[in-house]
Design a protein around this ligand. Sequence first.
Ligand SMILES: Cc1cc2nc3c(=O)[nH]c(=O)nc-3n(C[C@H](O)[C@H](O)[C@H](O)COP(=O)(O)OP(=O)(O)OC[C@H]3O[C@@H](n4cnc5c(N)ncnc54)[C@H](O)[C@@H]3O)c2cc1C
Length: 553
Amino acid sequence: MIPDTTKVLIIGGGPCGLMLANELGRRGVPAVVIDQKPATAFSPQANATQARTMEHYRRLGFANEIRALGLPPDYPTDIAYFTRYSGYEITRLAMPASREAAKLIKSMGGSWGAAELPHRVSQKLVEQVLLRHASALPNISVNFGWRLTAFRDIGAGIDASIANVATGEERGIRALYLFGADGPRSFVRRQCGYDYVGEASAQRDFLGGRMHAVYLHTPEFYQACPHPKAWMYWTFNRDRRAVMAAVDGKGEFAFHTQLHDGEDEAAVTESVALGMFEQAMGMRIEVKILARDTWLAGRTLVAEKFQKGRVLMGGDAVHLFTPTGGMGYNTAIEDAVNVGWKLAAVVKGIAPPALLTSYEAERRPVAIRNTGYARRFADSIGLYRATPALETDTPAGAAARRRAAEYIGNHARAELNIPGFTFGARYDGSPIIFGDGTPPPPDAPTIYVPTGNPGGRAPHVWLPDGRSLFDAFGFEWTLLRVGPRRRSAEPFVRAARAINLDLTVVDCDDEEAYDLYEADLALIRPDQVVAWRHSGGDDADPHKVFARVIGRD
Ligand SMILES: Cc1cc2nc3c(=O)[nH]c(=O)nc-3n(C[C@H](O)[C@H](O)[C@H](O)COP(=O)(O)OP(=O)(O)OC[C@H]3O[C@@H](n4cnc5c(N)ncnc54)[C@H](O)[C@@H]3O)c2cc1C
């Protein structure tokens, strides 16, 4: 039964909507999710869960479950570049298998000072985990096969109409807030009257135009490709550029190629699609097509606004990427994380509705930043043109492949080793960040500078008992006491209690933490962002601090 009243009505059961359901449900906030599809995604879609997203899954308690999915634990996650899959290997970026991730991350630091490494897994598998956990929460109702057909802001709430896709049955739902996580063609965004702004269709040799996605099954690939296994397989030749991700390491792949001028998507039959794969493969092998779709690469688009009154939006509904760098789904997850604790605080009466305006103030600039980085990566690889010489078995061909290897190798390191991209987004200028005037670190995709400067991700350290500092944080707010001058937490605990704010006090003696936070006290938000920090005397006013960070100021 779908409840006819709820606190938050979420449209879309993709990663953004399901993550928001988890964030709300874990906080005891009732929410209804509806999605017009019959179930979670069948096709693989996104292939990379970035490290920051994995840290959020860890916070929710299911990072290990996600890491166990996808490729076998000993399968390398290399990114490899070929002329054709049965032809020459040009270069590869070696990456560890998932079974090494937990050990490896404990030995890393600097830009990779983190609780989790990225994980290469198809979005379709992640969605199943998000759904399972959301559905297990008592306040969450997830309903596939229902479409939002209309909604109205009635001042005190939202009146929405939904229809069953199979039977046409119509129902009404009343909610305090509506969240549109309804993807690229977002009905919610269009009804609000907002457009995307930015670049709608960059043209490139690859990743700029109509793409054809083929979800295929071909165990024979592993015998036919005479090179070591990889997670991501790219081809460079004049006939058929392509990129293909290994889905299960046993024979399932997500193959993407660009439709050439004159290749009409309506005319791409199954045998035409098989022909495209054959061109990239460089030979014919046994292939079964599981699903096909077309999509547009070359978009760098962000919605004009992310909120209209009681209606908020996130994910692809408000930003569209070319998937280079693998940030579309990951940015959608972080939207849900950002808005989740805020909606919960407002619904519970801990914070005023004004807190919600910080969602757009914080996430829209990040969407512009992230889509911009993805665009640069798409230019770097998509404008690079393969020459016919690349495929020739001659000294000139070998020289062409060496030159290509140098260019592509540099590109790969820039696109795929991106701690700055995943950890470095900041909320400087947000109305609820208590900045202290120190300049933010430089922003670059390949470099992340951990800092306790308010507005960025809380710096991470491993604790002496082997736990992540993030594991010690509370699920809601954390007051972190670092360094030798142990300040009293009592005034903060009392001030938090007075406004029903859930505050955990964590002491950390680690010298590295003191160096990173450069403060005696740091206030960490539920999304693990530093909201405020303080050094020196016991003169901080906790009431003033809390008023700012929950939007009462
Ligand atoms: C080929 C491809 C490869 C990609 N690779 C990557 C990658 O490697 N890394 C990455 O980060 N991103 C990648 N992406 C992008 C990623 O898939 C999306 O960014 C992600 O799915 C966005 O999640 P979402 O929840 O915002 O939207 P969606 O996943 O699109 O979910 C929206 C949901 O809303 C539902 N819906 C729509 N309208 C209604 C309505 N009126 N009523 C009810 N339900 C409705 C839809 O059925 C859908 O399930 C890729 C995308 C594509 C196409």
